[in-house]
Design a protein around this ligand. Structure first.
Ligand code: SF4
Length: 328
């Protein structure tokens, strides 16, 4: 199958600090992945891991410093904002804040059909409003409401309708359930799953919420300090995480099945600054399994059971709970 999105060795660098002491900060450090038509790929990591920066770079909202982004066979990282505009019909973005991302002065009917006006697509906007609201489970009377008259879940549905308005091939969704109650999160996830099936959408989902990933993603990548530490099919990563960071994230995610519940892995120290990346394995300052080699040698990503894992000592099923010894 030909991938709809191919990202190769992508880097994003920011210049930070006062004029005389400018430093380069590597926000995304050489990541590669692809997304197939109809597939959902999730980027997971703590805040500051680089996942939102990566998503913005893929969408052309953030300049990249190295690597490439190819969408539907066309290099897009070299395009200007103007040249990128027509491609945004096929690559739609759903922003994080469900209410804040909607213009407060526009009615829902105008919001869901705004893409038709931006891209000068002729259509019967009344019937498109009806179609789009119906697709996201809202009735036509919502068309006359303003964003402040919507609940968080309704606003998120409007955001979804805006994203799918022009039948995109790929939707990039940044924290699609952020700020929503748990019950509403489930509804939104079910909606995204239904639309994916119905419209044949590919999705790139950015989230720190592992329930979201487990619910919707076919494959996933775990990010730490702007790098992928583990990538692979979601079910396999969830059932036997091979990278200690993945294992720690999953252990902090309450397991509903008590038979599968595992000891929580507490990570001992703060996430290091991107301006002072640790030598060797960048996770060694927090890794309960770190050994001398980890403090000196950068681990390559190697293939393990259908996944790629950047760790000198990947976990097997017998490796939990972690050793009691604190890393030195
Ligand atoms: Fe932990 Fe070492 Fe693996 Fe890094 S390489 S994740 S420090 S065991």
């Amino acid at each position: 199958m030909t991938a709809i999105l191919e990202v190769k060795y992508l880097e994003v660098t920011f210049r930070v600090g006062p004029m005389m002491r400018r430093q380069d900060l590597l926000g995304v450090a050489g990541v590669s992945f692809d997304v197939n038509p109809g597939e959902t790929f999730a980027l997971v990591g703590e805040s500051g891991s680089g996942k939102t920066t990566l998503a913005r770079a893929v969408n052309g909202l953030q300049p990249i410093s190295a690597g490439s982004v190819t969408f539907q066979g066309q290099r897009v990282d070299t395009l200007s904002v103007r040249e990128m505009k027509p491609l945004r019909r096929d690559m739609a973005m759903m922003f994080q804040d469900p209410v804040g991302s909607l213009s407060p002065r526009m009615k829902v009917g105008d919001l869901v059909t705004e893409a038709f006006r931006i891209h000068r697509v002729e259509a019967d906007l009344q019937s498109e409003t009806e179609r789009l609201l119906s697709l996201v489970g809202l009735t036509m009377d919502f068309a006359e409401r303003f964003p402040h008259q919507l609940s968080g879940g309704q606003a998120r549905r409007v955001g979804v309708a805006r994203a799918i308005a022009l039948n995109p091939k790929l939707v990039i969704a940044d924290e699609p359930t952020a700020g929503l109650d748990v019950s509403v999160q489930g509804e939104v996830l079910n909606l995204l799953g239904e639309l994916r099936e119905r419209l044949g959408l590919a999705m790139l989902i950015i989230t720190h919420n592992l329930h979201v990933v487990h619910h919707v993603a076919d494959r996933m990548a775990v990010m730490y300090l702007g790098r992928f530490v583990e990538t692979g099919p979601t079910e396999e990563v969830f059932s036997a995480p091979a990278h200690p960071y993945t294992a720690a994230l999953l252990s902090a995610n309450p397991e509903p099945d008590p038979d599968k519940a595992q000891d929580r892995i507490t990570l001992p120290s703060e996430v290091p600054s991107l301006l002072a990346r640790p030598e060797g394995c960048e996770f060694h300052t927090r890794c309960p399994w770190a050994k001398d080699k980890c403090r000196k040698v950068v681990p390559d990503a190697t293939a393990i059971n259908g996944r790629r894992v950047a760790c000198h000592y990947p976990l097997d099923e017998g490796a939990r709970p972690p050793p009691k010894k604190e890393p030195s």
